[in-house]
Design a protein around this ligand. Structure first.
Ligand code: EPZ
Length: 421
């Protein structure tokens, strides 16, 4: 298993191009199942999860053609030849559940392995299933698989989510495009990746309004056609790299970044004393020298502070001036980076969903272990300004969500290399 070696190497200076969003691509790709015409996606990030999704779609009958080193993918599902998404693929990536709605909408049947939990939580899919049942599907759970049938196709329905689930909103949004009648999703997730999916579905002929707001209305149509769509910029990658010059010092320009993708996050950075300015090409982030101010963070569904940036923010707050309190309200176990940061000398106290971070002068490099995608990158960020060497093991987690991370950070002067073992 590979590791990444980071040595504190002083301020960073340069620019980083932000890739297409992993969490947008992972919901755009299953949309191919809704049409028998080619769906072309551009600005696709080159990530392990994209490769896994290609494998999954191919197993269902999609023809996958990659161009430009994988930045362009043409997905052609002339017909779904297999309606079962097997456990051996689904267990590698929970987002595989997003083939359920489209398969059901297209052919009235689908068998999808329950995704199971992951390091950060149990990750149930009850809201996905409740929504599809409301649209007339019959759902049975047998031997770890979801068996879904919709005789005569799905029907439009009004669906009230008890929680603004991103995945459940995406599954129902895709399913509703081909349902008979109108579907209204109340308490829908509002993430930019949902709006990006709706934009793509509209290009395919879907009739959708209200995406980005808590209420989305979809008028079902008989058929969708192919389209070409660019994947929206990855706001989580953006927010991650914004903290690199904050932690290490210096100035970095994030090409393709826009503040509107991360409004509440940028407000929190401003409160911490970090300057973020929009440029013609993206966002410029400068640390206002010295230590940042301690701030309190509560993770919330969009437009609140993103849970996917909580670990990275914690890494930055380890050397802030004062004490910060971080409250993780989305997932039940998303502080696994804390013990690893403590190994680096951080002063963190975790109680349930709350972590109290008291700033120290400087972290010390140490061997640490990645536990999940965002935890692993928070350790890399911490290593950028720690004294000595930090070795992050199990970096396969990183490969799932950060394209060419070593190249991007070293191009700004970071002393970072990948060690293949
Ligand atoms: C998406 O996961 C993202 N993944 C996650 O990013 C992100 O953290 C999350 O949204 C929240 O923003 C992708 O888009 C591929 P949810 P998802 O459904 O859809 C509970 C990353 O690091 N819930 O909004 O699974 C669930 O247990 C990943 O890139 C139910 O209880 O998130 C969780 O506590 C990690 N029942 C909360 O809601 C359901 O049916 C948020 O889940 C569905 C969800």
């Amino acid at each position: 298993m590979d590791s990444i070696l980071v040595k504190g190497n002083g301020p960073l200076n340069g620019e980083i191009a932000i890739s297409g969003a992993k969490n947008a691509a992972l919901t755009l790709m299953p949309a191919t199942l809704l049409t028998d015409e080619p769906l072309t996606l551009t600005n696709v990030p080159r990530l392990l999860d994209i490769k896994t999704t290609n494998e999954l779609l191919s197993s269902l009958g999609t023809e996958v053609a990659m161009m430009q080193e994988g930045q362009i993918i043409v997905l052609d599902t002339n017909q779904i030849t297999n309606h079962t998404a097997h456990y051996d693929i689904v267990r590698k990536m929970r987002a595989s559940i997003l083939v359920l709605g489209p398969m059901l909408a297209r052919d009235g049947k689908a068998i999808v392995s329950l995704p199971g939990g992951c390091a950060i939580g149990a990750r149930p899919v009850d809201l996905h299933l409740q929504g599809l049942e409301a649209m007339g599907a019959t759902i049975e759970l047998k031997e770890g698989y979801i068996h879904a049938v919709a005789k005569g196709g799905l029907k439009g329905a009004t669906i009230d989510f008890s929680f603004a689930s991103v995945g459940a909103t995406e599954n129902i949004l895709m399913a509703a495009t081909l349902a008979k009648g109108t579907t209204v999703i109340n308490n829908a997730a509002r993430e930019p990746e949902i709006v990006d999916l709706a934009d793509c579905l509209r290009k395919m002929g879907a009739q959708i309004s209200g995406d980005g707001s808590p209420t989305i209305t979809i008028q079902g149509v008989d058929k969708l056609h192919g389209a070409t769509h660019p994947v929206v910029a990855d706001r989580i990658e953006l927010g991650t790299y914004m903290l690199a010059p904050v932690i290490a010092g210096g100035e970095v320009e994030l090409l393709g970044g826009r503040i509107n993708l991360l409004h509440s996050y940028c407000e929190k950075l401003d409160e911490a004393g970090i300057s973020v300015t929009e440029t013609k090409r993206g966002l410029k982030v400068t640390s206002r020298n010295g230590r940042i101010n301690a701030v309190n963070v509560v993770t919330e569904p969009f437009p609140g502070f993103p849970t996917d940036l909580q670990a990275q923010m914690m890494a930055a707050l380890c050397t802030a001036n004062g004490t910060s309190v971080l409250e993780e309200t989305i997932f039940e176990n998303r502080f696994m980076h804390a013990p690893e940061l403590i190994r680096m000398g951080a002063n963190i106290d975790v109680h349930g969903g709350t972590a109290t971070v008291t700033g120290v002068n400087r972290l010390k490099g140490a061997p640490v272990m990645a536990t999940d995608l965002r935890a692993s990158v928070s350790l890399i960020l911490a290593g950028l300004a720690a004294s000595g060497e930090t070795i992050v093991s199990r970096v396969y987690h990183l490969d799932r969500g950060y394209e060419r991370l070593v190249r991007k950070l070293s191009s700004c002067g970071a002393n970072i290399e990948r060690i293949t073992s």
